[in-house]
Design a protein around this ligand. Structure first.
Ligand SMILES: [Zn+2]
Length: 302
């Protein structure tokens, strides 16, 4: 099964300015000029490297590592900009404030956006040392944030895996579905036998009810997976796999429609109503989850 989005994307309804916009105002523009107008420049980036010693490696970043990270970041920014033009819409021009510190435990961009600091990005120095900073994941949060944490993280994990230039949390270069399959085997021992029924204790609706900035947490039977490192390492591949499945099986346009139903609003909790799934897809989340489960049980090794 091909597992890359084949949809025509969201850009079709926004790619060309409507006639009323083109002809209004004192400076009339021809349709030709409107369509071929220069694209906005890439965002301004300010890098801030703290001098603390990395708690994991006991080293500070070398100037070569800093310059390498800057180059990697610029490359990822170009990649997501090109992807956005093709599938979504041109990126808004945020000033990106990129902080790298040995004191950070995890990468962040979505929670700062929710709290009014959209464009602020934090990366732990040890991730740079290890060669796996989640640059594409965090850029996705800046440019395509969401009020539904499950969709926000699933989409960020998917884009990091699909177009990111380096391996990163949570799958570190492994195919997302294979990574989700491995985690489900750990979480549900019966799943190791490939029985679809063994996935019954998993309810994606529980994840779908979580609003940004609350962390993704999941209860499976008597086990709970939470904000700790192991919990997130289990949940994130599942979120990424489900989003990748949705885009591959239903297309990017429908996913964009669903995604836009739960925009991120500063300081507000809004995960969205469960009926939006049926309204967009013609199938409930439960029905889509059953389809995804069958794919995970029977699907390819990708
Ligand atoms: Zn994230």
């Amino acid at each position: 099964m091909v597992l890359r989005g084949q949809g025509s994307g969201c850009s079709s309804s926004r790619a060309v300015a409507g006639p009323s916009r083109i002809s209004s105002g004192p400076r009339r523009l021809s349709a030709r000029n409107a369509v071929s107008a220069p694209r906005p420049e890439l965002p301004i980036i300010n890098f801030n490297f703290a001098d603390e010693i990395d708690e994991n490696t006991r080293q500070s970043l070398s100037s070569a590592q800093r310059e390498g990270f800057k180059a990697d970041f610029a490359r990822e920014l170009k990649t997501i900009s090109a992807w956005a033009r093709q599938h979504w819409f041109p990126l808004r021009r945020f000033a990106l404030q990129v902080f790298v510190s040995g004191t950070y435990k995890i990468s962040k961009a979505l929670v700062p956006a929710w709290s009014g600091q959209r464009g602020r990005m934090e990366f732990p120095a040890w991730r740079l040392n290890a060669g796996n900073p989640a640059i594409m994941h965090e850029l996705t949060h800046v440019f395509f944030p969401n009020g539904n944490r499950f969709l926000a993280e699933g989409f960020a994990v998917h884009l990091q895996a699909a177009i990111g230039g380096n391996p990163a949390f949570p799958n570190f270069g492994r195919p997302l579905h294979a990574s989700a399959r491995e985690r489900l085997t750990q979480m549900l021992p019966g799943f190791a036998d490939g029985a679809n029924a063994s996935l019954a204790p998993l309810h994606l609706g529980d994840l779908d009810s979580i609003a940004t900035p609350s962390p993704l947490v999941l209860a499976i039977g008597s086990d709970s997976y939470g904000e700790d490192a192991n919990g997130q390492a289990c949940i994130y591949p599942i979120a990424g796999s489900f989003v990748e499945f949705l885009i591959a099986s239903r297309g990017m346009t429908k996913f964009c429609t669903l995604y836009r139903r739960t925009p991120l609003r500063q300081h507000q909790l809004a995960a969205g109503l469960v009926q939006r799934w049926s309204e967009v897809y013609g199938s409930s989340l439960g029905e889509l989850e059953m389809e995804w489960r069958s794919f995970i049980v029977n699907g390819s090794q990708s």
